[in-house]
Design a binder for this molecule. Sequence first.
Ligand SMILES: NC(=O)C1=CN([C@@H]2O[C@H](COP(=O)(O)OP(=O)(O)OC[C@H]3O[C@@H](n4cnc5c(N)ncnc54)[C@H](O)[C@@H]3O)[C@@H](O)[C@H]2O)C=CC1
Ligand SMILES: O=C(CO)COP(=O)(O)O
Length: 334
Amino acid sequence: MKLLVLGAGAWGTALAVSASARHEVRLWLRDAQQAQALRAQRENSRYLPGVVLPAGLAVSDAPFDELASRVEAHDLAIVATPMAGLRPMLRQLAQATVPVAWLCKGFESAADHPDGLLGHEIQAEVAPQLKGGALSGPSFAQEVARGLPAALVAASADAQVREALVQAFHGPALRVYANDDLVGVEVGGAVKNVLAIATGLCDGLGLGLNARAALITRGLSEMSRLGVALGARADTFTGLSGLGDLVLTATGDLSRNRRVGLLLAQGQTLEQVLQSLGHVAEGVYCARAVVQRAARLGVEMPISAAVVALLDGVLTPPEAVAALMGRLPRAETP
Ligand SMILES: NC(=O)C1=CN([C@@H]2O[C@H](COP(=O)(O)OP(=O)(O)OC[C@H]3O[C@@H](n4cnc5c(N)ncnc54)[C@H](O)[C@@H]3O)[C@@H](O)[C@H]2O)C=CC1
Ligand SMILES: O=C(CO)COP(=O)(O)O
């Protein structure tokens, strides 16, 4: 297959490296200088240091407005930008006839769009003809790039997109499962980032393993409630993009979202935390949209709401914990 990966952060680069073993892959960057550095060093030292780019992996810095025509020379295009770049990219690719899948996990930030849309909702607005879908699931870029085993989920309402993703990325170290519940897969990928901030905070404050297990379990419950209200299937949330990615991101120290919580617990300001990360932490940008969409649907999301209050500086870390622990007793609902 011929694959075009649009965006060379940690995850786009890792997947391009992984797929290069079996396919012809072109990795596109918007920054010509960075592209030149990748070609010269055969390494993405800014976003994925220590991983050699295979000789067969091509690096492109074609102008953004030429992407629409260039994409047609490929069998599949992967949008590997953060959520903030998805809308402009899908608008650019709106006429593409080849399948297009995105990797970003989030709701569009309330700062970028008042409705806080998921990827497939953005697509419906700006590229309704496109054959679109999402590749998600528990997968730290550094491990996938090193060829360690992982399992992903290829989600789309369109079987052609699911099949293209499986054909492109399923291999000896990556299992790719198909799922037609795109809403559920996207909600799982988005909400787990917000919950990972909460779990990082919990661990950073030294609240113990019991508290962490409670947060993950009740977090999964609020993720599923929102997803089902948005039209997802409940069982998607016990799958790779729900429970799977929640466990990985909430407990794995490679997670940038978890790190946000850990560093806030140490007393750093959000600005200091974001400066030190050097990568995107989508939970920071979409937490407010998660809570606002939930509120419009009458869905209670107390953990996510506490994260928003923390990020806004309305509550300190101990106050956020007190707000959650001080809630009235209630029946355990899934
Ligand atoms: N790193 C990981 O292990 C995984 C990341 N993801 C998701 O993939 C998406 C990208 O994450 P990473 O590659 O890790 O991010 P990163 O922070 O490593 O790199 C971001 C890349 O996007 C580019 N970029 C930033 N803003 C942009 C914009 N507005 N338009 C176009 N390009 C833009 C940057 O130049 C950089 O190349 C995120 O939504 C993340 O949640 C999903 C699975 C695993
Ligand atoms: O989505 C991820 C793993 O599946 C990466 O999580 P972070 O963005 O928190 O690093």
